[in-house]
Design a protein. Structure first.
Ligand SMILES: [Ca+2]
Length: 245
């Protein structure tokens, strides 16, 4: 028995005692959000809770809700059948702010970078944020390999796109398998916001509850699908608001 829900193409999976949330959305007041239930086929009933929303409870497969007032909101879904129930709940999943309008801003392109290692000047850290998916930051040696981007000021960030080896024309076996994304306001103390352990894709999009940060660090723990320890990161894009929340 498990419960999954989805917003904006990302899935949230929950098994009892193991709750994982992949996506957080930033929206403006009144903006509609659609949730999709992907609960297992043997689910008999579905109960959504959206405290503070236009629709606070629903048993629909894909309820649509909006929030009139600014704030952060919790979302919960419970899937039940004869064998039991599974609950997926996340406090602060949705942030509603009038500062959000339309698309999130790309905050990282051309910003200062540093890395724990890089191969040479042609594969240096700035190539991870140069906007050119044919040029990469490459680091060899023992992982983890970390790349830190200084956004130049504290911003509200909530989404990171990464172009791995395949996106730059290399083999998919060179795609990053395991990585974490961490954020910091001072460049000293970092908080993990994303942890991926089994990626195979050439391009990844990770979203997380909105957080104020100046520094965004990508730590590549398992650089490829196999034993090759070189990180090949063609681009990192950090999205959010061009100001703190
Ligand atoms: Ca690049």
């Amino acid at each position: 028995m498990y419960a999954i829900f989805e917003t904006g193409g990302k899935q949230y999976t929950a098994t009892p005692g193991d709750i994982l949330f992949i996506e957080k959305l930033d929206v403006e007041p009144g903006q509609e959000i659609t949730f999709e239930s992907l609960c297992s086929a043997n689910t008999e009933t579905l109960a959504w809770e959206f405290p503070g929303a236009s629709v606070e409870t629903s048993s629909d497969v894909s309820p649509k809700v909006s929030y009139a007032a600014e704030g952060t909101y919790t979302v919960k879904v419970t899937a039940k059948n004869a064998s039991g129930e599974a609950v997926a709940e996340k406090a602060g999943l949705i942030t509603v702010s009038s500062k959000v309008s339309g698309e999130l801003a790309l905050l990282s392109q051309g910003k200062d970078t540093e890395a724990t290692a890089y191969v040479n000047e042609n594969e240096a850290p700035p190539f991870a944020v140069d906007g050119d998916v044919t040029k990469k930051w490459c680091a060899t040696g023992n992982p983890p390999h970390a790349l830190t981007i200084d956004l130049g000021g504290v911003k509200a960030v909530s989404e990171v796109h990464i172009a791995h080896a395949e996106a730059g024309g290399e083999g998919s076996s060179m795609n990053t398998k395991a990585y974490t994304i961490l954020v910091s306001t001072d460049g000293e103390e970092f908080t993990e916001v994303v942890k991926v352990t089994k990626n195979m894709a050439g391009e990844t999009v990770d979203t997380f509850p909105v957080v104020n940060a100046r520094y965004v660090k990508l730590s590549v723990e398992k650089p490829t699908q196999g034993s090759d320890t070189a990180a090949r990161i063609y681009e990192v894009e950090v999205y959010g608001l061009d100001e703190a929340l």
